[in-house]
Design a protein around this ligand. Structure first.
Ligand code: UT7
Length: 329
C-alpha cells in the first residue's frame, strides 16, 4: 500500500501595515539603528494596531487568502491547529475564533503553545492526522501579535519582536512528497530565561503584577542565544544525517528569524550556503510562531516540486527542533 504523507498544498501569510522602524524605536528607548542592525539584522517590524484587534485578525487574513488560492471551501476543512503564544484570549482557543470569522464550520480546532517552535510542533501534529488517513484537509497557522506582550520600555526585547504570521493547507500525498521527518525537543528548565510571568494561574493579573510589568515577555538574551544556536544546529544535523541530506541535495534551510547572528551560525554549522537560507528578518523581526510560514509564503514562487526543505526553530520553553519536508508543487 502506498504511504500517505501530509503535503503543503498552499501557503498564505499576512503582516499588518504599520511599520515600526529602528528610527522610531530610537525615540522610545535608549538604542540606535546601528546597534540593532549589527546585533540582530533587523531594520523594521510590523505592528497590528487598533482597539480590540487580536492575533486572530492575522489568522483570518492568512486563512481567507489560503482558501481562496487553493480553491478550498471553508466547509471542507477537517482540522485547524493554531500555533501562538498571543491568543486573542486565554480561552477559547484562537483557532476556534479564526474558524468562526472565516466560516469554517465542520472542523475541530486547538492551539499549540510552543512559542517560536509552535509552527514546527503544529505542522508535525497536523501531518499525523493526514498520514493516518483520518483527515483530508488540515490548516496549520503560525502567528503572533508580539506587540501585545512587549514592554516598549525594555530595549533588550522591544527591538526584536513584531507581529505577523501565515497558514498552510495540508493534504494527502501518495507520491512521496510532503512531511518526511521531525526532530522535536522540549526542556522546561529553559522557562526561567524566556517567559511571561503573570496572567496565568500561578500569578493571575493583579494591580501589583501590572505595576511590576510582569505581563510582558521577559528574555535573558545571551542565554537564549547560546541555547538557540546549539538546539537548532543539533536538530538540523540529526535530521540531515538520518535522511542522508547534504548541502548539495538540500534546496532550502528555513530558520526561525530571531537574530541574524543565530541564523548565520546555524547555517554555518550545517555548512549551508546563505543563498539557500531564507532570511526576511530585516523586514519583520521576530514574529515568534509566524516566522516560518512567513518565509514559506515569501519564497513560495521559488520553490519547486521535490525540493528538500528543512524548517528549524528555537523558542520559549525551551522548545526547539527541525522538520524535513519535500515541497509538493
Ligand atoms: O525567538 C525566541 C528566541 N529568542 C532568541 O533567539 C533571541 C536570542 N538573543 C538575542 O538575539 C540577543 O541576545 C539580543 C539581541 C536579545 C541581545 O543581543 P546581545 O548581543 O546578546 O546583547 P547583550 O544582551 O549581551 O547586551 C550587550 C550590551 C549590553 O550593554 P553592556 O552591559 O555591555 O554595557 C546591553 O545593555 O548591549 C546593550 N544593549 C543595547 N544597546 C543598545 C541591549 N539592548 C540594547 C539596545 N540598544 N536595544
Amino acid at each position: 500500500m502506498t504511504k500517505i504523507r501530509a503535503a503543503i498544498t498552499g501557503v498564505h501569510g499576512y503582516v499588518p501595515d504599520y511599520i515600526l522602524t529602528n528610527q522610531e524605536l530610537e525615540t522610545m528607548v535608549e538604542t540606535n539603528d546601528e546597534w540593532i542592525q549589527s546585533r540582530t539584522g533587523i531594520k523594521e517590524r510590523r505592528i497590528l494596531k487598533g482597539e480590540g484587534k487580536g492575533v486572530s485578525e492575522i489568522g483570518v487574513k492568512a486563512v481567507k487568502g489560503l482558501l481562496e488560492k487553493t480553491n478550498t471551501k471553508p466547509e471542507e476543512i477537517d482540522l485547524v491547529i493554531c500555533a501562538t503564544v498571543t491568543g486573542d484570549m486565554i480561552f477559547p482557543d484562537t483557532a476556534n475564533v479564526v474558524c468562526d470569522k472565516v466560516g469554517i464550520k465542520n472542523a475541530f480546532t486547538f492551539d499549540i503553545n510552543a512559542a517560536c517552535s509552535g509552527f514546527l510542533f503544529a505542522i508535525t501534529t497536523g501531518s499525523q492526522f493526514i498520514a493516518t488517513g483520518m483527515y483530508k484537509k488540515v490548516i496549520v497557522i503560525g502567528m503572533d501579535k508580539m506587540s501585545s506582550i512587549i514592554d516598549y520600555k525594555d530595549r533588550a526585547t522591544c527591538i526584536i519582536f513584531g507581529d505577523g504570521g501565515g497558514a498552510v493547507l495540508l493534504e494527502p500525498n501518495e507520491e512521496g512528497m510532503g512531511f518526511q521527518d521531525a526532530e522535536l525537543k522540549s526542556n522546561g528548565e529553559g522557562r526561567h530565561y524566556l517567559n511571561m510571568k503573570a496572567g496565568g494561574s500561578a500569578y493571575p493579573a493583579t494591580a501589583e503584577t501590572v505595576a511590576a510589568r510582569e505581563h510582558y515577555a521577559y528574555q535573558e538574551g545571551r542565554t537564549v542565544f547560546k541555547h538557540a544556536v546549539r538546539g537548532m544546529s543539533d536538530a538540523v544535523s540529526k535530521i540531515m544525517k538520518r535522511n542522508h541530506l547534504t548541502n548539495e541535495n538540500m534546496a532550502w534551510l528555513v530558520p526561525h528569524q530571531a537574530n541574524m547572528r543565530i541564523i548565520t551560525s546555524v547555517a554555518s554549522a550545517a555548512d549551508f550556503p546563505m543563498e539557500k537560507v531564507m532570511v526576511n528578518i530585516e523586514k519583520y523581526g521576530n514574529t515568534t510562531a509566524g516566522t516560518l510560514p512567513l518565509c514559506l509564503w515569501e519564497w513560495e514562487s521559488q520553490l519547486k516540486k521535490g525540493d528538500n526543505i528543512i524548517l528549524t526553530a528555537f523558542g520559549g520553553g525551551f522548545t526547539w527542533g527541525a522538520v524535513y519536508l519535500k515541497w509538493a508543487y
